[in-house]
Structure formats: C-alpha cells, structure tokens
Write a protein that binds this ligand. Structure first.
Ligand SMILES: [Mn+2]
Length: 340
C-alpha cells in the first residue's frame, strides 16, 4: 500500500485546487471518509475543499457535521471544473450516486462498492476500490495509520461512526479489517459526542413518514418479504431508514422500501441473511431497461433511484419495481397481507 499512497501523494502534492466529493445525499461513511482524505492531504501540505451533492437529510448526519465541525459544503457553491484534482469518495463515476457532471472524470476514486464502469475507471489515475470492505472509512483509516498521520479525536469519532453506521455496528457487510480498525480507533472516540450524534432529536416529519410507511407495508409471510411504499418523502434517506427499521422484523428475509421526491423514485433493499444472491444484484435487476434508473450496493444492503420521465409516471415505476422485486424472489404477489 506504500506505493499506492505514493501515487496519491504525487497527484495532490503542490496542487492548489483540490476537491473532495462525497456521494449524493451523503451518509456518515461518505462524510467521514471524505473528511479523513482532507486530513491526509493536509498532512502532505495540500489544502482541499470538501463538498456533497443532494441534501444532508438525516438528523444524525446533521449532528455529525455540526458536532465534529466538518467543513462540508454543497457542490452547488463551487464549479467542479475549476479544480485541478477531483476526488470522488464512497461512490464511483457515472454510478447514479455521484454528484459530478458526467463529462468530468475524477482523478481519484476511493470506494467499497462493487466495481462499475471498468472502462471509465481506466481513465482515473488513482482508483482504490475494495468491495470486501464494510466501509470506505476503513480504507481511509488504513491510509492514515500507514502514513503515521495523527488522527485527532474528532476525526477518530467521525471514522468510527462511518464504519459503525455502514456496517450496522459491524453486523453486516463487515470484514475482519473493519473490526480491527474500529477497535483501534475506539480509544480516541469522543463517546459523549458520538452518543449525541447517534441519538439526535427527530423532526415530526420523521414520525409522520414512519406512520405512513407502517400502514402501507405489505407482508409476504411465506417468503419473509416486506414491501413498503412511503409515498412522497422530503428526505431520500428515509427509504433507507425505514428499510433498516423493518429489517428487524422477526422472520423477515427481504425488505424493499420506496418513496418519491420531486422527479425521482428512491428505493432500498435489505436482506437479513445471505439467501441466494446479494441485494446488489437484485437491486440492479430491478432497474434493468428502465431509462434514468441506477442501482447498486453490497451483499446485505442496496439502493437505487429512477428519474421519472414523461413516459412513465411514479405509480407505473413503483409498480414495476415492486413486481420485479417479488418476481426476483419467486414471491407470489397475491400472497401479501397488511403488515400492521
Ligand atoms: Mn459506504
């Protein structure tokens, strides 16, 4: 890995306009790993600008940024083409959750999702994609430890939360390196601050959606499948939050949640075990042939989105996604009953 970090250093050392980009609607892993990369660059004497696409929705993410004082701003406040070096973190170019314009090929890609667009990645000077890792934060923590860079307590807290939230406290998609790095970071974690981040006050909107989601959830007991249509949502993260909530149901094996915001349908998939096939594959099969669709994920968690075209409205897309999901699991659509 020493050689790899040399390449990275040469790309940014003595450069002035360096940009670090999280994925769209960033999660704690994307925020923490981007923040850590900024710290690594700074240790090499390079200043960088940290930006996100979409919105910071979850109350936890807002608390994380505020309490750990992470200097993150919207990509809409800058022009990415003005930067000499562009790094895309916890996402891949043209993957649907990259906020970069399609015509801009980044110089640096660090991620832990399965590799996509191999031909496009060949144009990227520095690529480090480790799909066996539970989080991109783990990769960045490894960089910092390898380089002997001091990890201050706020950064340690961010990375620890990044790892823990992406792996659901190391219970899914995590490998032994995630466990070791999380353990190594723990002595430096600001435990009280972390607790405040993990348990923020929630807006009423959260409970309204929760109620709506529960009443709209269908349960397919034979296959252990749950499907929830959240309807209109203000925060795309809600589809993932509800999926994580529902996957705790006794006897559940698969969860599908979906909601609409503006001209987009967002969906999330979860599985409790590794029942034949990953959610990543299933998620990608849902959007096959659908214009404006993108999807991806890991073994146990995945998500996607569809831009609504004039040709297909929200209801048609929702219906198509649901049908494909059930069909992919050989689940009889007529066997659904209300969940609550
Ligand atoms: Mn991640």
């Amino acid at each position: 890995m020493g050689d790899k970090l040399d390449i990275l250093r040469h790309l940014v050392q003595n450069k002035r306009k360096v940009l670090i980009v999280t994925h769209t609607n960033p999660d704690p892993d994307s925020i923490a790993s981007s923040y850590a990369l900024r710290h690594l660059f700074a240790s090499w004497g390079t200043n960088s600008v940290l930006v996100y696409g979409g919105i910071i929705g979850r109350a936890e993410n807002k608390a994380m940024i505020k309490r750990l004082r992470i200097p993150l701003r919207s990509i809409q406040t800058i022009n990415p083409f003005n930067f000499k070096v562009v790094s895309l973190i916890d996402a891949q170019p043209a993957s649907g959750n990259s906020p970069l314009p399609l015509s801009l090929v980044p110089n640096i890609v660090i991620d832990h999702h399965p590799q996509r667009n191999i031909s496009l990645l060949k144009k990227v000077p520095f690529v480090d994609i480790r799909s066996s890792y539970g989080s991109t934060s783990t990769i960045l923590a490894e960089y910092l430890l390898k380089e002997g860079v001091d990890i201050n307590r706020r950064l340690a807290t961010a990375l620890y939360y990044g790892i823990m939230s992406d792996t659901r406290d190391l219970s899914r998609n995590a490998n032994e390196i995630d466990v070791r790095i999380a353990t190594d970071l723990y002595p430096k974690v600001l435990v009280k601050t972390l607790a405040q981040i993990e348990h923020p006050r929630l807006p009423r909107e959260y409970f309204r959606i929760l109620q709506e989601a529960l009443t709209r959830t269908m349960w397919y007991p034979v296959k252990g499948v749950l499907i929830s249509d959240l309807g209109e949502i203000m925060d795309p993260n809600m589809v993932a939050i509800i999926a994580d909530f529902l996957v705790r149901t006794e006897g559940v094996r698969w969860v599908f949640t979906a909601g609409k915001k503006d001209q987009e349908v967002f969906f999330s998939l979860r599985t409790t075990g590794y029942h034949k096939g990953s959610t990543d594959k299933l998620a990608r099969s849902l959007i096959r042939g659908i214009e404006g669709g993108s999807a991806g994920g890991h073994e146990a968690t995945a998500g996607g989105r569809v831009w609504l075209s004039a040709a297909e409205g929200k209801n048609e897309i929702m219906q198509k996604l649901k049908e494909r999901f059930l069909k992919g699991l050989s689940c009889d659509i007529s066997k659904g009953i209300p969940f609550v």
